[in-house]
Design a protein around this ligand. Structure first.
Ligand code: CTP
Ligand code: MG
Length: 436
């Protein structure tokens, strides 16, 4: 995705999880739901959600059968997802489950872009091994084409077999692909496909087939043979083996990874490091309080704002939220909310740190520039630095506070206001490259 496009599109995921797993042949007395079976320490369902938890995907719509809803919501209780999670009712067939989720997607209040720039990722809950890079590729292709489907060329020769077990046809293998999920569609394309299927009474086993019937071309994207759909009992040991080899490969990769300009940060979007910047300005008036970085500075002038107008702390908060891809200060603490009137901004910073912490983010370092003609900040620099280090849980050497004048130029030079800029680096120590 190019930079301008990234902001102009939004994506959500539908994760059908309402099947009954008949082919898994689980004994009646045990757990009925195949998706809640453990797979190397986590359930299949949890693994699929974690695989889809990319910052590009803002919400998960999950059709489940109503009697299993409690069990599924237990699985997301531990948190760790920045996505909004919406359960909906499953239907008798997969297509009915997706159709129910589409109603919820259409009504979702989180959309900020017009329908033609909304993407819907549909991914079976039974495919926990999908890789982040592939999801991103299908998203990119769907942005261009409106409809994209992941698949792999078939390796076996495929036969069409008649009711008596007699082979009736052998299609030419060169053109045959096995369709998988994710499949990604723009909202108008998907809506039209489901509307037509409903009118015609069509039932298909994947969503691309419904789109094909409308005449809209579906672009095939080459995926991976590892992206198994857990269907029969022998898929479980196969998936476990694939997961364990992937974990071993990743361990080796991490050991050899070297963050130099020569080698670069590795495959796009897979770094566990994120950078963010923040900027803020507050107006200076005679009298009032001047608080910078949680430190009260004695001065004949003070800053005004809805909170305590701590411009430095606000820039730090925005840098943190920016690095985590979590919006901005105004979104988290609206200045129309009386709860934040005159509030100590370091309390807001604590809340931001808690929010980031639950998503696995830890600061690596912080650098701040305060732009002010007056007062001289050098005497308070160390105090501010210590306060910021404590609030961010960083050693002192990882925090830097600078101040500059603008040589009398501009609004800061005329002493009408103070500005602050912050840059922060975050590292995700909990979620893997694939998850972040
Ligand atoms: N699915 C669904 N609603 C249905 C049927 C299936 O949401 N009525 C979901 C399944 O939970 C699964 C995905 O669609 O994540 C693909 O289906 P499949 O692998 O066939 O799973 P099941 O239908 O559960 O298994 P089976 O066909 O063996 O009963
Ligand atoms: Mg099924």
């Amino acid at each position: 995705m190019t930079m301008e496009k990234r902001g102009a599109w939004q994506a959500v995921a539908i994760i059908p999880a309402a099947g009954s797993g008949r082919r898994m042949r689980l004994p009646e007395q045990t757990q009925r739901q195949k998706l809640l079976l453990p797979l190397v320490g986590k359930t299949i369902f949890r693994r699929t959600l974690e695989a889809l938890a990319l910052p590009e995907i803002e919400a998960f719509f999950i059709p489940v059968s109503p009697e299993d809803r409690g069990l599924f919501s237990e699985e997301i209780k531990g948190g760790g997802f920045s996505q909004e999670i919406i359960f909906c009712a499953g239907g008798p067939e997969r297509q009915d489950s997706v159709a129910n989720a589409l109603t919820a997607v259409e009504r979702w209040p989180g959309w900020r872009v017009p329908p033609e720039r909304r993407l819907v990722v549909i991914h079976d809950a039974a495919r926990p091994l999908v890789e982040a890079e592939i999801i991103r590729q299908v998203l990119d292709v769907a942005e261009e084409t409106g409809a994209a489907c992941v698949g792999v060329p078939v390796k076996d020769t495929i036969k069409v077999v008649g009711p008596e077990g007699i082979v009736v046809q052998t299609p030419e293998r060169g053109t045959l692909w096995a369709a998988q999920t994710p499949q990604v569609f723009s909202w108008p394309v998907l809506k039209e496909a489901y509307a037509q299927a409903q009118t015609a009474g069509d039932k298909m086993t994947d969503d691309a087939a419904l789109v094909e019937r409308t005449g809209h071309p579906v672009q095939m994207v080459r995926g991976s043979y590892r992206n198994l759909k857990i269907t029969t009992p022998d898929d479980l040991p196969a998936a476990a083996a694939l997961l364990q080899t992937a974990a071993a490969d990743k361990g080796r990769e991490e050991k050899t990874r070297c963050w130099t300009a020569a080698t670069g940060p590795g495959p796009r979007g897979q770094s566990t490091l994120r950078i963010g910047q923040g900027f803020d300005v507050h107006r200076l008036v005679a009298g009032g309080r001047l608080v910078l970085g949680g430190v009260e500075i004695p001065a004949p002038v003070g800053l005004v704002g809805h909170s305590d107008a701590d411009v430095l702390t606000h820039a730090v908060i925005d840098a943190l939220l920016g690095a985590a891809g979590a919006g901005d200060i105004g979104e988290m603490f609206p200045d129309t909310d009386p709860a934040y009137a005159g509030i100590d901004s370091t309390l807001l910073l604590e809340q931001v740190m808690a929010k980031l912490g639950t998503a696995g983010w830890q600061p690596v370092n912080l650098d701040v520039t305060v732009i002010a003609q007056k007062p001289k900040l050098a005497p308070y620099r160390d105090q501010i630095r210590r306060r910021m280090a404590t609030l961010l849980g960083l050693p002192l050497r990882a925090v830097n506070i600078k101040a500059t004048t603008t040589e009398g130029l501009g609004f800061t030079g005329r002493e009408e206001g103070i500005a602050a800029q912050a840059v922060v680096l975050l590292e995700n120590t909990v979620f893997s490259c694939q998850d972040t």
